[in-house]
Design a protein around this ligand. Structure first.
Ligand SMILES: Nc1ncnc2c1ncn2[C@@H]1O[C@H](COP(=O)(O)OP(=O)(O)O)[C@@H](O)[C@H]1O
Ligand SMILES: [Mg+2]
Length: 252
């Protein structure tokens, strides 16, 4: 693929200890996540999506293999460096929207900028981010006055406000109806184009793959397919399809 690599997942495995031994949640996952694109991690419940996302987000460590971000091995980071990586370079969105109920949409977004230690231009950036997610006209609404899809859009605005390099979204559409789920996925793809952010989202919904620039499919902790969408921009080189020993295609 011609696009720069941002995240390199190198033969990552994860075993969780159990009473009788261990449970292998991930085995030999190996992929390169391109910068500034939407990558979808697809798989049924229990396939290892959250485990992998948590490892990439430096919230958990692999038991084998490694993850490189911008060429640096996160496994060698100190606790402080991992915190900084998460706080400065990453944004997180989860299935259950966790806006602060007593704050308006714009206050929720602004709060995350405060946490990130950003002082200058907060008001402008909050407005910009709410516009990016199509909610400029809902800035003064309380979360309870917003639909589920709108709340998730505020959560996305909040997650990208500090201009992280990477947005990790774990099943961000799971609680939405299928039309809104498609809309949110499309929005995440648009953010990669408008903000240059690299988005990695997980889903078990096979109906959402169209917006993905790259799809990685997991089954029982194993990577069963990777596919890369042909570049739609004129003037950029078409990335060749990544071939992996496991093979597999977009829709299995
Ligand atoms: N902390 C843990 N201890 C033991 N097993 C775990 C733990 N976390 C996840 N698992 C198991 O690993 C498998 C993958 O989980 P997960 O990554 O959450 O899957 P997904 O997000 O695709 O639904 C599941 O079978 C789950 O029960
Ligand atoms: Mg999960």
């Amino acid at each position: 693929m011609k696009t720069d690599a941002l995240i390199e997942i190198c033969r990552v495995g994860k075993r969780f200890p159990t009473a009788g031994g261990y449970f292998e949640a991930l085995a030999d996952v190996d992929a390169v996540i391109p910068k500034g694109r939407l990558t979808i991690l697809k798989g049924r419940s229990g396939s290892g999506k959250t485990t992998l996302l948590n490892i990439i987000g430096a919230l958990d460590t692999p038991t084998s293999g490694k993850v490189l971000i911008g060429g640096r091995d996160v496994g060698g980071f100190s606790e402080r460096e991992r915190d900084d990586l998460r706080r400065m370079q990453m944004g997180f969105v989860f299935q259950a929207v966790s806006l602060i109920p007593s704050l308006t949409a714009c206050q929720n977004v602004e709060f995350s900028l405060r946490l990130a230690g950003i002082r200058k231009g907060r008001k402008e950036r909050v407005e910009e981010c709410l516009s990016l997610v199509g909610l400029a006209n809902r800035a003064k609404h309380m979360p309870a006055e917003l639909s589920g899809g709108e709340q998730q859009r505020v959560a996305i605005a909040r997650a990208i406000a500090h201009r992280p390099q990477i947005l990790l979204a774990d099943e961000p559409t799971a609680e939405l109806d299928s039309a809104m789920a498609a809309h949110i996925t499309q929005l995440l793809q648009e953010l990669t184009r408008k903000e240059g952010i690299t988005v990695l989202m997980t889903t078990h919904d096979t109906g959402l793959m169209d917006a993905g620039d790259m799809i990685i499919e997991l089954e029982n902790g194993r990577q069963v397919g990777i596919s890369v969408k042909a570049e739609e921009h004129a003037g950029t080189e078409t990335p060749e399809r990544q071939t992996r020993p496991e093979g597999g295609g977009l829709h299995g």
